[in-house]
Write a protein that binds this ligand. Structure first.
Ligand SMILES: *[C@@H]1O[C@H](CO)[C@@H](O)[C@H](O)[C@H]1NC(C)=O
Ligand SMILES: *[C@@H]1O[C@H](CO)[C@@H](O)[C@H](O)[C@H]1NC(C)=O
Ligand SMILES: *[C@@H]1O[C@H](CO)[C@@H](O)[C@H](O)[C@H]1NC(C)=O
Ligand SMILES: *[C@@H]1O[C@H](CO)[C@@H](O)[C@H](O)[C@H]1NC(C)=O
Length: 219
């Protein structure tokens, strides 16, 4: 039962790691990494919103609006970036910080000292307006973040499991490689023995076997 879940968690973790590394290494490349969905009470939470630009969007003017919606409530504007960064009048006032990039592809904000009441849906609306002479078309991209604030950092069970799985896999692969090597070595030396008894096969069998054994790591 737990194995597929752990495998899925491991895969998710690996792809997340890859994405983060990718963003880190190639900072010029824009990757739309989704936001974390859980925050711990009292901590600083980065609400990640990345909206990669297409080439023609580079000359557009970007306006960002962040909204918050409590469960069963309505969208309340909480932050705006329209030429300048502005915290709007809401119960978040004084706790929001711009955490985006200058090129306006990363338009994240951070909530400081987050509390249990801050669970809910955050909406990031990115509007790009093109500055053409005759008309000014606008495009809006909307990103939703369903955030849950928890009292304290629980044991992240899935990550523990995926870590264990990773080690098991590593040990297993190493063992398998060793067994394969021993097996191959035996096969080759046996073939060589046989071949030495039979002069005609001396060249054919061992070289063929060696070739087969040269690539035991196929997975
Ligand atoms: C933005 O968030 C990162 C963590 O994701 C943090 O290290 C950095 O200091 C933040 N930048 C600003 C300007 O708040
Ligand atoms: C959460 O909201 C309730 C009312 O909506 C308020 O009484 C309470 O103090 C708030 N808790 C925090 C930690 O802000
Ligand atoms: C975000 O923008 C879209 C398109 O303009 C709009 O339909 C939507 O209501 C906006 N979201 C919020 C929370 O205002
Ligand atoms: C040994 O060589 C002979 C020809 O010299 C061949 O007919 C025979 O099949 C070979 N035996 C083996 C075990 O390869």
């Amino acid at each position: 039962m737990a194995a597929p879940a752990a495998a899925a968690a491991a895969a998710a973790f690996a792809s997340w790691l890859l994405a983060v590394l990718w963003v880190g290494i190639c900072s010029g490349v824009c990757v739309e990494v989704p936001s974390e969905k859980e925050a711990v009470q009292g901590s600083r939470m980065k609400l990640m919103c990345i909206s990669c630009m297409k080439r023609e969007e580079v000359s557009a003017t970007t306006v960002v609006r962040w909204y918050y919606k409590a469960e069963g409530g309505q969208d309340v504007p909480i932050y705006e970036y329209n030429n300048e960064k502005r915290e709007l009048d809401s119960r978040f006032r004084g706790r929001l910080q711009w955490n985006g990039s200058a090129d306006m592809q990363d338009v994240s904000i951070s909530v400081l000292n987050i509390n249990l009441n801050d669970s809910g849906t955050y909406t990031c609306n990115v509007t790009r307006e093109f500055n053409f002479e005759s008309h000014r078309p606008m495009f809006t991209r909307t990103t939703l973040i369903h955030l849950t604030v928890v009292e304290k950092a629980g044991e992240d069970f899935t990550s523990v499991i995926s870590e264990i799985m990773m080690y098991i896999l590593l040990v297993f692969l190493t063992l398998w490689l060793l067994i394969e090597m021993v097996y191959c070595y035996r096969k080759v030396s046996k073939a060589e023995e046989a071949a030495q008894e039979n002069a005609t096969d001396y060249l054919a069998i061992p070289s063929e076997n060696k070739e087969n054994c040269a690539v035991p790591v196929e997975e």
